[in-house]
Design a protein around this ligand. Sequence first.
Ligand code: FAD
Length: 515
Amino acid sequence: MLKRREVLLAGLATAGCTREAAALQGGWVGTHPERGHRLRAALPAASGPLKQAGVLIVGSGIAGLACARALVARGMSDVALLDLEDQAGGNSRGHRVAGAPCPLGAHYLPVPGAQAHEVLALLHDLGLARSRLGRTEWDERHLCHSPQERLFFDGSWHDGLLPPADGEAGLAQYRRFGALVSEVQRTLGFAMPTRRAPWTPAHERLDAQTFAAWLDGHGLTDTRLRWYLDYCCRDDFGADAATVSAWAGLHYFASRHGFHAPGDETAEREPVLTWPEGNGWLSAHLAEPLRDRLHLGRTVLRVTEGRHGVEALAWNEATQAPERWAARAVVMATPLFVSARLLATPPDALRALRQPHAPWLTANVLLRDPLLLRPGAPPSWDNVRYGSVALGYVDARHQTLDPSPQAPLLTAYLALPQAQRAALLHEPWQHWARLVLDDLAGTHPDLPGKVERIELCRFGHAMSIPVPGLRGSAALAALNDTRGRVVFAHSDLAGYSVFEEAYTAGALAAGRLSL
Ligand SMILES: Cc1cc2nc3c(=O)[nH]c(=O)nc-3n(C[C@H](O)[C@H](O)[C@H](O)COP(=O)(O)OP(=O)(O)OC[C@H]3O[C@@H](n4cnc5c(N)ncnc54)[C@H](O)[C@@H]3O)c2cc1C
């Protein structure tokens, strides 16, 4: 049976396809699914000279870049990173439309907590943070400027993303959920990165059930609260509360600043770091010092561990020829299901792991003219519509310090059900463009008539969905602890995907290598 979200998506797509509209300018950008799909074909004959490296890192997403940075910091200069795309950064790359910067994927990093040592050290090194009198001060230029977020609800915009409570009964449910989050925060412990939190039988029990079942069990059935929590799960995990575990749903709130019901005196809006190009700012700053070690447009097809080192077979996308690499050790900074295909002899844990991934779509929409204002809260960085199956849009111009008038550039986000992965690959970009524009028209009816250009990026296997049983699985624990000549480094090791997990996984992998 189709889930509600799939039915709504199918309805949106049909409406979009039948609507008369001027021909759209735009297309797919950013990812090359055909390169990844080379792994399904027979291996090409390996010939030619062996390229040498001390450590080979497969994948130059945040985890791969963090690992290279850590190895270079330890004095290991002979590092080579291979990536199938033409730009480093993976899901955290930036893009440009008509010369203007915008995110391709990840767009923000909440100010990290004290347990994220590695990420905090990086942010200090990049000049984003500094210590003064025992406190961390942030460079205001890179903190999200005000107004930060708003929700379109019942015909007008409201400050923040939490829908207005539905009377006293709705407010009571908001408060009850907030109290439960505080309780698990206090009694169980949650942290980001998640490896810094305890893992107890109580965590295990939360991991064994869906978040929706846990909410039902606590009588938290208020429609607005449940929409909001569903939205949060789709935004962070790419899947709804009925799909992710209760551990994941609570971790979202309890590992950071909790959940604040309206009127909560302790409420503070979580400060976030963001840039016009999203987390592309961070990946570009990580990649720049490594530029001589980056070998882009190299699709790795096979990694074989030998008695004295490892060998990798890659496909050079520029020369359309195979390339052989030899190294003393390899870091697999690719999604774990990709690593399972690449390794000639994958460890048992990798074979045993069952880890679903959510497909995502982003769309950068350049407009000819500003949008008409609707009643309520003013245009903000993050703009979401209550009841939408999409995730709203961020304003890529929001952080710009250039005062000259500029055409609006919006980045829209959509986490898709897994059943839509094939359609994401096969349907033309215009199909998805219409779907995105129809959704945005729900808040801005004048938007479709103002589109100058729309550039879409598809991520077939964007992020790990923390389904029940995944975070506490023995397979994931074993892969986190693998040592030797082949180690793993990817946000998949946390069971879900955010910058802090990717960066920490990469930085720690450097210390588990046997060289
Ligand atoms: C649309 C979207 C929005 C997001 N928004 C946020 C956000 O706002 N904040 C946040 O913290 N997180 C966000 N995330 C999560 C994001 O995934 C992480 O922040 C982080 O970028 C993950 O990094 P990673 O290195 O673990 O993985 P990846 O980014 O998956 O990196 C893996 C790398 O391996 C490469 N690769 C794969 N196969 C091969 C092969 N065979 N040969 C060579 N190279 C290969 C890929 O090209 C890629 O560069 C978002 C993700 C998506 C998709």
